[in-house]
Design a protein around this ligand. Sequence first.
Ligand code: ADP
Length: 609
Amino acid sequence: MKFRSIAVAFLLFFLVGVAAFGRILLQYDEKDRLKDIFDKGNYLVSLIALHPLDDFDGNKRDFFLRTLTEYVSSEGLAYCLIQDGEGKAIISLAPRDLTSRIPLDIQNRSLSTMGLTSQSFMVGGKDRPFYEFAKPIFERGHRAGTVRLGFEIPPVSLFSMQRISILAMMAFLIFAASASVYYGMGHALHPLRKLYAELGPSFRGSGSQPAGSGRSRGIAGGIRSLERALAGLKEALNKTESENMEMAARLGVATFEKNQIYRIIDAINFGIIITDIQENVIYINSYMINLLQTTRKEAVDRPLGEVLESDEIMSFIAQQDSLEKTKTTSHMETMFPERSPGEVFQLSSSYMKDGEGAVMGKMISVRNITSEKSAENVQQEFIGNVAHEFLTPLTTIKSYNEMLMDGEVGDVEMQKEFYNTINEETVRLSNMVQNLLNIVKIEMGSLTLATGLVKTDWLVGDCMTAVEGAAQGKNITVTKNLPDNFPSLLGDKELLKTAIINLLGNAVKYTPENGKITFSLQEENSMVVFDFIDTGYGIPEEDLPHIFEKFYRSKDPKIMEEMGSGLGLAMTSQIINLHGGEIEVQSAVGEGTHFTIRIPKEDYYIGKK
Ligand code: ADP
């Protein structure tokens, strides 16, 4: 029973479907035919009207008659009338009974039209209209005649091969659609069917039960079943609702996460542009907006090339596309002179891929590498300086040594002098290496201070001994202002000695013969203060800001005459800093120089700890 009703419904659905489609097909067919006739009519009438009237009367007449006759048999032309200015027929290719039945108003309109006209009319007894197309034939600017063509829409053949095959195909599609609708409905209606099955017997009642009680029990049972079914439906609804809520929550989390990621990318200190697969910008962070002097609104949705406005970068990105295939990555250095003049940036381009590795777009990142570049330059300059400074004593040592070995220096005194120079240069070289090592260690933070109690009287004594010889050699007077009670320091005695000897040594080195040096030591506000005052050449103002830099030496010829590496003051200032102290300089060219160092006193130092 159930199956039969489904089958009947299905068949009905199928038939209605096929009939509806057949109807639509017919309508379209009709429209198609009409359009076809209009195309043909307009074309043919225009073509014929191009010819002068004589063509249809003279030796071309046969040709036209033949062509038009063929047209009549193959393309559905019902009649062709070519008439002169007075309406007299020159060519009349038509069944007589048809032309005589064309309504007069149609004829008149065709004969008076100045352009192309098309009009339809019915011939008694026929249910399909004729279409007449008419166009004047002009000769030397005057209307010489008229071409009139009549078409009839041929009756629709219901069972053409094309129609049958389309209908068959549609029937199959409707069948398949109905089957899937039936299957889908079956699923969707399952709870209702279940409800019907449960309610059915109760509402139908049972013939075998006593009418009153059976009916009320049936209704009560039915209500219970209905309640159960409604509870089931409610549960299903609740489940869907909670699933929806979960999905909404997940979407919320995903959106929040995406926004968080965008916020993070926005805050980072380099530029990011993300594009889709067509290289249209979908995201740009604030850094990049600043760099390109654009706005988010202006940049988003625009092609990357228009946003970056740089052929150089675009050609790099295009080049990256081919490199990506071989998994090679590289970066380019570029500049954005309008926004950040003098700054150097590193730009990289990479593909954004989804979990399966499919390309979703590109990411362009830009990083400011100006400081790295200048650090690189400083490092290169440093290496250049070291090489240069080492090369000078090494060349002297090498050439003096070669001369001695080749026996070129015969005189014993001369030989002694050569050996002395070699020795001096070797000491200088080894001091340089030592200083350099110390500087590098201090800068890298890897120098460990051999900290101990340093008695300043011992320190001063050691340092003075180291320079006294050189001072005497230049007849320089060294005055010492020392306290009665020498304070103590907590520090690395050897390093402090190096610092003080450097300053005393410079004072002797850069003071001409017969000059004066004053060395003072005193205690001042919990600091031990050392002063080194000389009456030497002085330091030019332009050199003062640089004298503590590594390898810096004054270009003054008198200074250049003296041996040096430009490392002494760099080292000294580092040592003083390491001991928590400070170094100062005052100088006047031609008058002399005054260096002061202040180092925290031992007890103060301990107190601070
Ligand atoms: P060096 O003495 O080996 O050249 P330093 O680092 O000790 O290197 O000194 C750096 C530069 O500072 C010197 O080349 C010199 O130009 C200047 N200088 C340092 N001390 C004096 C001083 N007492 N008098 C004049 N110039 C000085």
